[in-house]
Design a protein around this ligand. Structure first.
Ligand code: PMP
Length: 333
C-alpha cells in the first residue's frame, strides 16, 4: 500500500480496516439519495501530557443517534461503544496531533425483496468512522461573510437539526455562491427571512453587552459548539445568551458577530456583505470566548474538564536506531 492515507485505520461495519482496503460499490443508496447522517468531532493533542482530548464525544454520538433515527438508520453501537471505538481508532492510528473524526451512517443496499426506488425501509445501514489529522483551518483574524441568496432548507422539508448528508448540497450551493463573490463563508437566512446559520456553523451576535443566537426553530443545526460557547459566556462573562429570531439588519448593526462549529471553532466575522461589523476588528467578547474555548479544548482549564474524554497515547515511540548504531549496540559498545 502506498500513501499514508491508504494505510490509515478506518472503523467500518464493525471492524477496523485499512482505508486503502475499503471497497464500496457505486450502488450505495446514500450516494444516490443523500440518505446518510454524519458528525464532525475533534480531538485535541496535548503533547506535554501525551494525551488526546476527545471533545464532547458523547454529545456528538447522541446527535448521530438522533439523526439516524430520523432516517431509519440502524446504528447498533451505543453512545458509549461509539466513544470507545473512537478512542481505539485514534490509538491504532497513533495520531499524536489534532484529529478530526468523521462518523458516517448511511443507507447501504436494498434488502432482499425490496423493490428499486427511493425509500427508507428495506435498506441496510452501514457505519464508517474516519480519523484524519487536522489543525485549525480558519483565519484567526476573522472572516468576511456574505448573506447567500439560497435559503436554509426548512425544517418542514428537511430537518436542519439532523446532520443529513443530502442537506449539505444546500450548504455547498451557498458557499459556492459567496466564495465566487470573494467572501470566506455564507450566512443563510431561513424561509422567514431571519438569520439561520452559516454554511457549517452557528451564528452569535453581540450588541451593547447582550448576546443573541437564532433559536432552535430557525432551521438550524443545534450546534455542540454553540452550547459550549453559551456555557463560556455564562461562566466567564455572566452573559446569558438570548435564543430568539435574529434579523439580517441586526447583524449589520452589531458590535460583534462570530460563528461557532466543531471544525471552524470560534471565528470572528469582521465584515458582512462588504460592511465592517463594529469597527471591523475582533471584538472583546469574541476574543474572550475564543481564548477560553482554545484553552478548554486542550485540557488547560479544569472547569471545562467535563467536555473531554482523555485518551492517553504516550510520547512517540523512539525512532529505530540506524544500522551502524544497532551493530555497535549488539557488540556491547
Ligand atoms: N450548522 C451546520 C449546518 C453545521 O454543519 C455545523 C457543523 N457541525 C454547525 C452548525 C455547528 O455544529 P457543531 O458545533 O455541533 O459542530
Amino acid at each position: 500500500m502506498s500513501t499514508e492515507a491508504e494505510r490509515r485505520w478506518v472503523y467500518h461495519q464493525g471492524e477496523f480496516v485499512r482505508a486503502g482496503e475499503l471497497r464500496l460499490s457505486a450502488s450505495v443508496q446514500a450516494l444516490h439519495y443523500g440518505t446518510g447522517v454524519f458528525e464532525g468531532i475533534r480531538a485535541y493533542w496535548d503533547a506535554d501530557a501525551g494525551v488526546a482530548h476527545l471533545l464532547k464525544g458523547p454529545e456528538h454520538y447522541r446527535r448521530l443517534h438522533d439523526s439516524a433515527r430520523l432516517l431509519r438508520l440502524d446504528v447498533t453501537e451505543s453512545v458509549e461503544e461509539l466513544v470507545a471505538i473512537t478512542e481505539e481508532l485514534i490509538r491504532r492510528n497513533e495520531l499524536r496531533t489534532d484529529v478530526y473524526l468523521r462518523p458516517l451512517a448511511y443507507k447501504l443496499a436494498l434488502e432482499p425483496g425490496t423493490p428499486f426506488g427511493v425509500r427508507l425501509r428495506g435498506v441496510s445501514t452501514a457505519l464508517s468512522i474516519l480519523a484524519l489529522p487536522m489543525g485549525a483551518y480558519t483565519r484567526q483574524d476573522g472572516i468576511r461573510a456574505g448573506i447567500t441568496s439560497w435559503r436554509r432548507v426548512p425544517d418542514s422539508s428537511l430537518p436542519a437539526r439532523a446532520k443529513i448528508t443530502g442537506a449539505y448540497a444546500n450548504s455547498a450551493l451557498a458557499v459556492d455562491e459567496v466564495t465566487a463573490a470573494g467572501y470566506d463563508d455564507a450566512i443563510f437566512l431561513n424561509q422567514h427571512g431571519q438569520v439561520a446559520e452559516a454554511s457549517t456553523a452557528n451564528v452569535f451576535v453581540v450588541r451593547d453587552g447582550r448576546v443573541a443566537t437564532p433559536s432552535a426553530d430557525a432551521d438550524i443545526l443545534l450546534g455542540i459548539t454553540r452550547a459550549a460557547v453559551r456555557e463560556i459566556l455564562g461562566r466567564e462573562l455572566a452573559l446569558a445568551t438570548e435564543e430568539r429570531a435574529v434579523t439580517r439588519s441586526e447583524l449589520y448593526a452589531a458590535d460583534e458577530v462570530f460563528i461557532t462549529g466543531t471544525g471552524c471553532e470560534v471565528v470572528p466575522v469582521i465584515e458582512l456583505d462588504g460592511r465592517p461589523i463594529g469597527d471591523g476588528a475582533v471584538g472583546p467578547v469574541t476574543a474572550k470566548v475564543r481564548d477560553v474555548y482554545e484553552r478548554a479544548v486542550r485540557g488547560a482549564l479544569p472547569a471545562y474538564g467535563h467536555w473531554l474524554t482523555p485518551i492517553p497515547l504516550g510520547s512517540a515511540p523512539a525512532a529505530p536506531a540506524a544500522p551502524g548504531e544497532q551493530l555497535a549496540r549488539a557488540a556491547g559498545r
